[in-house]
Design a binder for this molecule. Sequence first.
Ligand code: ADP
Length: 477
Amino acid sequence: MAIKVLSVTSEAVPLVKTGGLADVAGALPKALAAFDVDMRVLLPAYRPIRAKINDAKPVWTDHNLFGGPASAFALVDTPFYLLDAPHLFDREGGPYSDSHGDYGDNAFRFAALSFAAALIAEAGFADGWVPDIMHGHDWQAGFAPTYIKARGRASTKSVMTIHNIAFQGWAPASELPHLMLPAERFSPDGLEYYGALSALKAGLIDADWITTVSPNYADELKTGQFGMGLEGVIRGRAHQMSGILNGVDYEIWSPEKGDGFTPYSRTKLAGKAKNRTALAAEFGIAEPEAPLAIVVSRLSDQKGMDLLIDALPAYFAAGGALCLLGSGDAGLERALGEIANRFPDRFGLRIGYDEGLAHRMFAGADTVLVPSRFEPGGLTQLYGLAFGTLPIVAATGGLADTVVHANIAALQNNVATGLSFARIDAEALQSVLLRSIALYRDKKTWQKMMKNAMGADFGWARAAASYAEIYRMLHKK
Ligand code: ADP
């Protein structure tokens, strides 16, 4: 019999996306169906997607979820269930913030999502579907395992996935009663995190199993350098934790789709050259002789954009070019703008978020740069591989798990798929960028690397098999 899993997330493709979590949460139900897992996805009915519930009948309701009425609506022919709680989610602005910054009540809003998940674990949906497993993603679902345990009315087991430990969902201790949390659990071996509350920590303590999005990040999380204060908790649960590498949804990310660009494939690469010319034109830069690189990224300290800013002048001087699409930190946006002004022929910059443009960039570029200081899984290097757009990555987290650096051994054995650098600083990034220019001149080797990259299979099947195995193991317990 199919195992029933309620996935609880703050974003999922194609409904709402700010980062990789949405790609993962959106792809899992489809991938898991092949392993006899019936996954349904609960996420908030934010204003831009709220119209989707018009005329629908609720499949679950609560007259007072954290201060207002709430209902869940099934979206026809999809695995998605929208949690409509207008007092929490029907707002102008994005899922987490508006033009004034983060919403002040985020801890409360997503605790409510988690509480609804716990109630659904007990009562199920109107069609009689009751989850065997609650699978929560990141801090936004962190309190769900705690609520399930504290209420003690559901036999549902829980899994927590860490997509990024940098975001932990902190709230002042004074919120404890408002968040419906058991006061007696407020201690260092429970919900307390340095005198405050942390939704992610709660999930890591109370979930029956923990996963993160690459094997390498699972190891890194046990260290002070990467654990961000939760390394002790992680070490304590290492025997109930797995690193499962994210996958690529090739129905969305494939050069053969040609959505907005000329299609090409591993055996018919010709279209890529047209996309390259079109990409340079779209960004208003001269098409370079040297590699045309791209960055598609949130602009934050994590993503190493400051290192990139320092490394770029030497790369441009050597003939390289870059098209960058991203948004985030205002200081980084400004600093990138200054570089774009200095190198108008070499550097095309788009501040913003644009899914279609991201596809055209992967289709046209030679390399994709991911110089992250830490990177739990990373998806853009995987999209780069799929498009023969060779990843140039910092050797950390999931980046180190997925890109084969073009060292001599890898080149001799014809297995190289990109370039990586181990010491994460501007100098190392600059030298690997210059190396990419030299390597690109050797057209035969470069094309071999493109073919290796495009031949690598990072589809969801492997990850889905691992998740299914964990669900079954927990369900049997
Ligand atoms: P993170 O989740 O830390 O942001 P990932 O590499 O896991 O990083 O996932 C990022 C996802 O968001 C990818 O699908 C990437 O293409 C997309 N993305 C990031 N910034 C933008 C942007 N400005 N426009 C379009 N897509 C973007």
